[in-house]
Design a protein around this ligand. Sequence first.
Ligand code: ADP
Length: 451
Amino acid sequence: MMGFWWRPLGVLASILLVALILWAGSGWIAALGFLAGIQAFVMVRRLWQEFRLSRWLENPDEVDPPDATGTWGDIFYRLQKLQRRQRASRSELSNALEQFEHAAQAVPDAMVILNRSEQIEWCNPASRNFLGLDCDRDRGQFIRYLMRQAYFLDFLDAADYSQRLVCKSPINREITLSLQLVPFGASQKLLVARDITDLERVDAMRRDFIANVSHELRTPLTVVGGFVETLADVRDLPASETRHYYDLMLDHTRRMQRLLDDLLTLSRLESDDHSLKDETVSVAELAQALKSEAESLSRGRHRISLRLDSAASLKGNLQEIRSALGNLVSNAVRYTPDGGEITLAWREREGEGVFAVTDTGEGIAAEHIPRLTERFYRVDRSRSRETGGTGLGLAIVKHVLTRHGARLDIESAPGKGSTFAAIFPAQRMQPAATASAAEVVPFPAREQAAG
Ligand code: ADP
């Protein structure tokens, strides 16, 4: 700052010196005239520079500060430096704002900034989809007037920042939201709404699943428990009755066993999501084995035939494929009344492999078909139980097929029968000539197969 004073003081001293010399040489009138001249010059210059400064101040962003020498030059130079620094920090600020804006737009959660009076100061685009708020339209509005649901107002009143409110989106009942209030700045609040629809769905599925499994196990357990109590309490039961109780207990124990086996198979399929074995599965041999199994399950009550229109094998996991196709075959036997026909067929269609099980059984109404592969979904619960069903067979089939890139196609008409077809993609097909006998996996007995 001292540097500022040196020059004007130097100039002042020089002027005074000249005035003194003039006074001494030419008298005081000449000295005063000189000083008045200098004064007039300084005034005119100052007016001019002030004019330039005020012209620049009117539009400081557009033009650079005026050029000048001396003290004014110094002032203009400092102003220019100040202006550059301001420009730089303004552009930094606007870059940061732009980045924040981009990030806020990319965030999948809805974010709303509320001021001390709960007026909307800002909100991101996701707020429109989840809360029905529009940043341009609703800025400055009281959020209580826009979201009037009692549960939301209670949530705002509670102002408990550790709590989350789980509720349906006010504009789309299909979306479940988790709302949270976060305090920040000077009495401001950030309202965050997260879409938890999928989490909720998974949670509901888990709850249903546990309820279903408990329910499925409770019935046979109650029956077995009841018989055990009877056998323990009543000493002299006739042998035939005792035999009958034992048979029923065995029945229910087997039912629990089947249920646990199916549950374990499902859980194995779910947890083992990568290492799919790539064995060569001879579908012709497998189909023969499945036909024999169907015959022993049917005990002569149905006509069972096999059509092999392709000699191709499959690449995949033998145990899993056997378990899936075995489920389709056993369903056909279980849901086809005596005297009905069941056909197992293996053929190729446009490069894909189709293993179809057709029956002339009771058939299924169209509204049930999309849900058949859900766990524990049955069209007729008691019919399924009577025939030893667990309600998990088609869920296992779907899992296995999905793991093999295959799909399940169901065609059915009530009273006419059904066709359940497992359709394998071309990549899983192995033409007959390329699968040498040595490569084909030897066929295990049914007891060793999964499912
Ligand atoms: P379940 O152990 O009850 O048979 P699944 O998952 O194998 O369970 O099958 C689900 C439901 O699909 C069955 O309860 C039954 O209602 C129906 N279903 C399956 N296969 C057939 C079929 N071939 N004919 C008629 N209904 C069938």
